[in-house]
Design a protein around this ligand. Sequence first.
Ligand code: ADP
Length: 286
Amino acid sequence: MSALPELWTHQPRSVLAFRPGRRVADIDTNATPGFRGEKAGAPELQAERNAAFAELQEMLYANGKAAGDHRSVLLVLQGMDTAGKGGIVEHVVGAGSPMGIRYRAFGVPTAEERSHHYLWRIRNALPPAGLLGVFDRSHYEDVLVVRVHNLVEPAVWAPRYDEINAFEKELVDAGTTIVKVAMFVSLDEQKKRLAERLERPDKHWKYNPGDLDERQLWPQYQQAYQDLLDKTSTEHAPWHVLPCDRKWYARLAVTELLIEALTAMRLSWPPADFDVEAERARLRAL
Ligand code: ADP
């Protein structure tokens, strides 16, 4: 059911894993690492793998609900504007059952959120047992936008890398599998996507004039992403570096990362905690 399709020459988990020494500036955002298929075959493969993911995700939910399994999965999506986070949520996570998914997007902190430690709102959004949590942006904004815009002093954000590592270790030890995906598009591709948002009235809602200001800060963001990857890619919660110029590839890859994470949990359907035969007999008699 969940064997990796032959079009993948390498496990996405390993081919996309961030390796020490890798430079953000050198990422080929147009590449399709580990995959030898073409765009033409992607929709069919995506549909097939969506079904495999959906079954596993339902199993995770069933175990949380009916078998007292305390485990959960947390997908962390980070990326510059237009990288395609929304598309992953819609076309990959959206294949699953909403009952078992907890989606949370993190924007500019509210006044209440600002009055707490930066991990407060993160802790409040963590997936309970059996759920797949999805963070559309995350605690990593607190070492990205916060750093690039000097929202706090370096003495405040610099210790956050270690703090985040410790926080994630705590989550993993408590039974959460964390799948971290850093999404990268080229500046050219970003320009195309922003232009499309301006062209199409059905995409105006996605356009934010502030995106152009962020775009100008790409070198600073690149440095912030480099440090983030260097400092927070741990054994317990490794980063995956995802080239996103080809949306079809990015979606297939994240689907496989989720399937891999769920498969590693060795899930099965929870056994009945009642006598199935006896219940069948009772039902027949009614
Ligand atoms: P998106 O751009 O993902 O569609 P929004 O328009 O709500 O969603 O933008 C979210 C904005 O909130 C981004 O510019 C992001 O950098 C910002 N943001 C997220 N977390 C923080 C934070 N902790 N501090 C400051 N700004 C943040």
